[in-house]
Structures are given as C-alpha cells and as structure tokens.
Design a protein around this ligand. Structure first.
Ligand code: GLU
Length: 322
C-alpha cells in the first residue's frame, strides 16, 4: 500500500498540475546571503522548522546562498525563488520603484515578517589608521558584490559624506566570505557588511593576526542620511561579541532590519504555513543563532513596507496579531 502511494505521488509530481492533488509536495527555495552572514544560517533554521512539518503541509523548503538583498528581490520577481531575505530599506525601495529600481516599482513584492536588526558595519585594518569615514579616502575598500545590501548602503553613506567611490578610493566588489581573509592578507584595507551581530565573517576577521577595528559613523551623518532616507535608523555594534577588536566601546553606525519577502504569485497556503511555523516557534528560533536572540512577535511585525502577503495576513489575523 505504501509503495503504491509512493508510485501515485510520483505520478502526480510528474504529470499533475499545480492544484491537482492535495498530496502533491510543493518545493520552495529561500534566497539568503553569503555563507558567513546571518541570512544563510537563519534561512537554514527556518527551513528546518518548516521541513519538520513536511507531512502536515506537503512542503519542502531549501535554502540558497546568494549575493544578498538586491539579488533576492530580483530573483523573487523573476520567479526563480519563492522566499527571500531582504533588508527593510531595499524592500521599501523595490516596492516603491526607487534606487536600484528607479521608475520600476516591483509591484508583486510582498512582505511576510521581519527578523533581526542589521548594522552597517565597516571593519578596517588597525594599521591603516582608519578612524573615520573620511580616512577611507585613498584606501582599498570592499563595498560588496553587486546584488548585496551593503553595496547600496556603502554608496548611500559615501554620497552623504561627499566621498566619490570612483575618484576617492579603490572600491572592490568581493563576497563577505572572502573579505575577512583578504583584510587579513592585506589585499583590502576595509570592508562594508550590513549584517546582524554576531556573525561569522567579522569573527573570522577579528580572530586573525592583523588587528582590526570598527569604523564609527558619526551621529550627524546618520541624522543627515535618515532625514532623506527614513528607513535608516541609528544602530550600535556591540563589541562584546568580538573580543580582540581594537575599539574600546560599542560602535555607533546606522542600520536596517532583515525581512522575509515573497511574491504575490506564491500560493497563500505556502506562505500561511511558513509564517505559522516561524511564529509558533519563535523561542526555538531565538536559540538557533545569537543574532536572533532579540526576536519578538512585536518587532517581527515592524519594518515592513510592501503589502503583507495574504498567507501571512491570514496567520496574523488568526493569531490575533493584526
Ligand atoms: N544584509 C546583507 C545583504 O542584504 C546580507 C547579510 C547576511 O547575509 O546576513 O546583502
């Protein structure tokens, strides 16, 4: 009997249309970020929760390492992935047709919920005497691969600070997984990473022989940025996560939130199931990565600017959260 069910299921998978069978398994992929960031392990944690209920939802979730937020929005809109982790600033820009998407609002982008806060982090080699944003001039600075969130944030910061990334410094486009090693090897002087703390990339860079330091973003500059781009807010990088870093106290900068997005084309039942599994297991999720310790039902509903996907909305209504 079991065998027969298997054969029938396989037949449905091969020949069936999307809605033809209750028993059909749906496959969803989440686009995350680099393997040494927080998106990738967070995606892994969410997929484990969802896949544990495979028999209930007929859902199988996989996670992909990607270039980051901008890549994820575009892949969602192309239908290449069904879920993507996207910085709140980029969710706003994509849905409203700004920045990378100037004049091309991504109308099918849908929000599900927020996860952890992310700080625009600039890590520099202490021997290069980079104490301020100005000191990045003349240096080799990794601003991140095209498609990453940090690249957008770095360019916004340079604009606000009156620094030209083409004339004033050598801007590189390297993946965060390689940036820590390159900082240690002396191939770059500093790198940008918009990321939750703690994370593997910064830990790796701090653990090396070359002493490193976080570069602060002064309050006036954060105010100037936030006045024009209200999705930016002040943030602090807690140095307690990184013993050995040259800074003496927590480092001021600006930040955003990581959010989970999807497309209007993804089935309501799929998004309902994933939202429900995440919200019913927040305690579990908090334990799965130290950057997720701050999660709460309240803050997971903040930072969303695209319309809520109907599947997420259905769960939030049912749980009395809306
Ligand atoms: N915020 C980064 C981005 O959107 C990714 C950070 C991470 O992978 O944790 O590109």
């Amino acid at each position: 009997m079991k065998r027969l069910t298997g054969v029938l299921l396989a037949a449905v998978l091969v020949f069936g249309s999307a809605e033809s069978s209750e028993a059909q398994q749906r496959f969803v992929t989440m686009g995350t970020g680099g393997v040494t960031g927080v998106y990738y392990p967070t995606g892994g944690a969410i997929s484990r929760l969802v896949n544990a209920k495979r028999s209930v939802y007929n859902l199988r979730m996989t996670v992909e390492s990607t270039g980051g937020s901008v890549f994820n929005v575009n892949a969602l809109m192309n239908g290449d992935i069904e879920l993507g982790i996207v910085q709140s600033d980029l969710q706003y820009q994509a849905f409203n047709g700004l920045g990378e998407w100037e004049g091309r609002p991504q109308q099918k982008l849908r929000a599900m919920f927020s996860i952890h806060p992310e700080a625009v982090t600039i890590l520099a080699a202490a021997d290069r005497n980079i104490r301020s944003i100005e000191d990045l001039k003349g240096k080799t600075v990794n601003i991140g691969v095209p498609g990453s969130g940090q690249r957008v944030n770095a360019l916004d910061l340079f604009t606000a600070a009156g620094i030209s990334p083409d004339r004033d410094l050598r801007a590189e486009g390297i993946r965060p997984a390689e940036a820590a090693g390159m900082l240690q090897d002396g191939r770059i002087d500093a790198y940008f990473y918009t990321v939750g703390h703690p994370n593997g990339s910064i830990k790796e860079a701090v653990a090396g022989a070359r002493k490193v330091t976080f570069v602060p973003v002064p309050e006036e500059l954060v105010k100037k940025l936030a006045a024009e781009q209200p999705y930016y807010a002040p943030a602090l990088i807690p140095i307690s996560h990184y013993p050995g870093v040259a800074n003496q106290g927590d480092v001021p900068t600006f930040g955003v939130k990581a959010t989970i997005c999807t497309s209007a084309d993804v089935h309501e039942d799929v998004i309902y199931a994933i939202t429900k599994e995440v919200f019913q297991n927040i305690d579990e999720l908090r334990k799965l990565h130290p950057a997720l310790e701050v999660l709460s039902v309240e803050n997971m509903l903040e930072g969303l600017s695209a319309p809520l996907h109907p599947g997420a909305q259905r769960y939030f209504k049912e749980a009395g959260l809306l």
